[in-house]
Design a protein around this ligand. Structure first.
Ligand code: MF3
Ligand code: CO
Ligand code: CO
Length: 250
């Protein structure tokens, strides 16, 4: 259950995976708009990843059928791209990209507002990013892992939103998901003390309504909000450095 401390050689490899992952998300930035399908996003991610010498980690991961997760509106995470899902004016969507380069992993996701979204949807997207950014303050040697979730939960609830408590960030780099679990809510105890060389994701999922969710019975992947309210998520891969942190993928 110990967080893995990466060697300088491993860190350099994961940094490279992060650069490719960022470039893949930049390619999504360039094409995403009303009228395209989530399968179009999948195609861009798949082709850009291969062009840059990477492998899309989601494809065939525990049976996941596509190269990226696309989570629209009231989907919390793990949405499956489809030719039938067309982005429309007013939608919010999370695109979650994980890339393997030379055997090493980086994982990040961004939110996109399609056309003119409601002020409430925009506020949810912005507050969720603020939660992630504010939590970085706790990422430095000598601080404790559970401070991250406390910061995220306080900021989300101050803004009238709820945090999905039971889907966590994770160690990443040598594998897709490693120790430690990174909670996005307050937890008992301090958690592990942060040390240079730890690499993990922070990826809060924040709902406009309640925090309950369920998994789609038909596809066994899609996580929906129980009450149909909007959900937003941002994800970075971060490295604990001597001075604080470095964002390896965003
Ligand atoms: N990228 C997700 C995460 O942040 C995991 C997706 S698993 C998949 O941990 F199979 F759905 F791709
Ligand atoms: Co992740
Ligand atoms: Co991810």
């Amino acid at each position: 259950m110990k967080p893995i401390i990466k060697t300088p050689e491993q860190i350099e490899k994961i940094r490279r995976a992060g650069i490719v992952n960022n470039q893949v998300l930049d390619a999504v930035d360039a094409v995403i708009r009303a009228g395209i399908s989530t399968e179009d996003i999948n195609r861009v991610v798949h082709e850009k990843t291969l062009e840059l010498g990477g492998v899309p980690a989601p494809l065939n991961f525990e049976g996941f059928p596509k190269s990226v997760c696309t989570s629209l509106n009231d989907i919390v995470c793990h949405g499956i791209p489809s030719e039938d899902v067309i982005l429309m004016d007013g939608d919010i969507i999370n695109v979650d990209v994980t890339t393997i380069v030379d055997g090493y992993y980086a994982d990040a996701s961004r939110m996109y507002c399609i056309g003119q979204v409601s002020p409430e949807a925009k506020r949810l997207v912005d507050v969720t990013k603020e939660c992630l950014e504010l939590s970085l303050e706790a990422v430095r040697p000598g601080r404790y892992l559970h401070e991250i979730g406390a910061i995220i939960q306080a900021h989300a609830e101050k803004n009238g939103f709820s945090v999905v408590p039971d889907i966590c960030g994770h160690g990443v780099g040598l594998d897709f998901h490693e120790e430690p679990l990174v909670f996005h809510v307050r937890r008992r105890g301090k958690g592990p003390k942060l040390e240079p060389g730890m690499i993990f994701t922070i990826e809060p999922m924040i709902n406009a309504g309640g925090s309950d969710w369920f998994i789609d019975a038909d596809d066994d992947w899609t996580v929906w909000t129980e009450d149909g309210s909007l959900s937003a998520q941002w994800e970075y891969t971060v490295l604990v450095t001597e001075e604080g942190y470095e964002i390896l993928a965003r």
